[in-house]
Write a protein that binds this ligand. Structure first.
Ligand SMILES: Cc1cc2nc3c(=O)[nH]c(=O)nc-3n(C[C@H](O)[C@H](O)[C@H](O)COP(=O)(O)O)c2cc1C
Length: 177
């Protein structure tokens, strides 16, 4: 089945899922690149809202994620949400980096191109396509609580491994038919 047979386009306002369940319990798979060369990782946290008047997602990634490198190269990416039965495969994408492994060949998910040529997976139940708005470096001095500072400082232990806030304008939302 091709993309149009599997998914129907909805507006961001028509997403029925609870936001906190989406980011905190369901997790998501972030994918950047094109069909011939793409990479995915699992993410948690982040959120949805309006930024510069545009419906926007935000994520919190460590600077050394290969997927982040591809987002910054391609400027577009997808966030994909899956039924629970694919949990193991989602976690697999978070178990090693695509920079030095063949995880995209090993993962038991079927890639699919969106009409805009972004990559997601046929097994996804919800796909959010994003256009990169901004990548900013989280500075521990800007955060108020000690807990937040500690969390951000943890990534600074390794040289050049910062945490990045990644904002992306939502360009399309696709729901499994
Ligand atoms: C449940 C789960 C949630 C994760 N959430 C994040 C996250 O929000 N940000 C992040 O930078 N890494 C997160 N990770 C770690 C990355 O998914 C993992 O390091 C992955 O191998 C990176 O792959 P890449 O280098 O191919 O992009 C998470 C891992 C798991 C298992």
């Amino acid at each position: 089945m091709n993309f149009d047979q599997l998914f129907i386009k909805i507006s961001p306002e028509e997403i029925c899922d609870n936001v906190f369940t989406l980011v905190g319990k369901d997790f998501y798979v972030v994918t950047a690149g094109k069909e011939d060369d793409y990479n995915s990782m699992v993410g948690s946290g982040g959120g949805f809202g309006l930024l510069l008047k545009k419906p926007t997602t935000w994520c919190f990634f460590r600077a050394d994620r290969y997927t982040l490198e591809m987002i910054q190269k391609e400027h577009t990416y997808t966030l994909s949400y899956f039924p629970n039965e694919y949990r193991e495969q989602m976690l697999f994408l978070g178990s090693k980096s695509g920079r030095d492994s063949e995880k995209m060949k090993e993962v038991e998910l079927t890639s699919v191109e969106t009409p805009s040529r972004d990559v997601s997976f046929k097994e996804a139940r919800l796909i959010i396509e994003c256009k990169l708005t901004a990548v900013t470096t989280a500075d521990p001095n800007d955060f108020n609580t000690q807990e937040a500072k500690d969390f951000i400082n943890e990534a600074y232990k390794e040289a050049n491994v910062y945490r990045k806030l990644v904002f992306g304008e939502i360009t399309c939302v696709w729901l499994k038919k």
